[in-house]
Design a binder for this molecule. Structure first.
Ligand code: ADP
Ligand code: MG
Length: 338
């Protein structure tokens, strides 16, 4: 008698979900990233009870073709890469084809999507089982509603923290996505209250003001620097405005928010003795590089990435910040119309 058998698709998806979908904030991240990858100009995020009741994301992006909708919910199904070469130059936020099947395996997902043709598609998947799949009238874009998170994985449900903690994780993710995409108009509503609204006009300083407040934003200076491999730009706080946590530093590589100890240290180094030990600035730093120089396929959530020539990049950042703080009286005021 044989003992080894392949896991069912749903079970395999639930196992994958364990890595990608840790909590409501992970769902928000994955879904908003999909909307960004779909070239959306407007993304509305509507969350009830810290995502424990529901998460809804409405975008005006490319939508999904009727014949692709079921496939989109299959594991390792993606429109974003197709060859081994593509993996070395990933330009999109997603590429693993894991988010939709993972989310649909541990919750109840309803999606209405349209590519702008007459017909859209409506699909409902619960715990990996397709409940409904029909033609629907729809405007271009995708409207996805997630309910009953972890209804079939009770251990996961128990592991969730307090609604306040889950909400602050969601807010944090949305803030970083908004900072990385000032050209997309993003709104975030929680229990009927507006938490964030960005104009989508490409003005990063205005997004910073929406998140950290106008007075903090006014005390930040812009910086820019480049060499043969990297371009960096962004805003960083004057040394007088510091925080006791690294949390207020947002590092974006080609619009992807990442965590990186060494680059954080380079930011601090740029301040030299102007920053006391244990204090950190508010900073938003965009790094543009050829995707070949970064490996994003290190961790399922892609938070940690591997960068070639990291030391060189660190020096570029440190010197950009150093120069910016020196000429701190040259604050370009892009906030005038706020
Ligand atoms: P990945 O983002 O890694 O490709 P996902 O499971 O997140 O995998 O999504 C699967 C596919 O479904 C995507 O490659 C994309 O083609 C499509 N898709 C998902 N969300 C959207 C959306 N909001 N708008 C348009 N297409 C989408
Ligand atoms: Mg995705």
């Amino acid at each position: 008698m044989t003992k080894i058998h392949e896991l069912t698709e749903v079970l395999a998806d639930q196992i994958a979900a364990g890595e990608v979908i840790e909590r409501p904030a992970s769902i928000v991240k994955e879904l908003v990233e999909n909307s960004i990858d779909a070239n959306s100009h407007q993304i509305d995020i509507i969350v009830e009870n810290s995502g424990l009741d529901s998460i809804r994301i409405i975008d005006d992006g490319d939508g999904i073709e009727p014949d692709d909708v079921l496939t989109a919910f299959k594991r390792h199904a993606t429109s974003k890469i197709s060859s081994r070469q593509d993996l070395f130059k990933v330009a999109s936020l997603g590429f693993r084809g894991e988010a939709l099947p993972s989310i649909a395996s541990v919750s109840d997902v309803e999606m209405i999507t349209s590519t702008g043709e007459d017909q859209g598609t409506e699909i409902n998947i619960r715990g990996g089982a397709v409940i409904k799949h029909t033609v629907a009238a729809a405007r271009q874009g995708t409207d996805i509603l997630m309910k009953d998170l972890f209804f079939n994985t009770p251990a996961r449900l128990k592991y969730l923290k307090s609604p306040q903690t889950e909400l602050s994780q969601i807010t944090d993710i949305i803030d970083r996505l908004a900072l990385g995409n000032p050209a997309i108009a993003i709104t975030f509503m929680h229990n009927g209250h507006e938490i964030l609204r960005t104009a989508g006009n490409g003005n990063l300083q205005q997004v910073i003001a929406a998140i950290y407040g106008i007075s903090n934003a006014r005390q930040m200076v812009s910086f820019e620097n480049e060499d043969a491999d990297f371009k960096v730009n962004g805003y960083t706080a004057l040394p007088a405005v510091t925080r006791a946590s690294r949390q207020y530093i947002t590092i974006l590589i080609n619009h992807r928010y990442i965590r990186n100890f060494q680059l954080t240290r380079s930011i601090v180094q740029g301040y030299g003795s102007k920053l006391m030990v244990g204090r950190y600035p508010i900073s938003v730093i965009n790094i543009e590089l050829d995707p070949i120089l970064v490996d994003v396929n290190v961790h399922p959530t892609k938070r940690e990435v591997r960068i070639s020539k990291e030391d060189q990049l660190g020096q570029l950042i440190a010197s950009a910040l150093q120069a910016a703080i020196k000429q701190e009286n040259l604050i370009p005021d892009a906030l005038g119309d706020l």
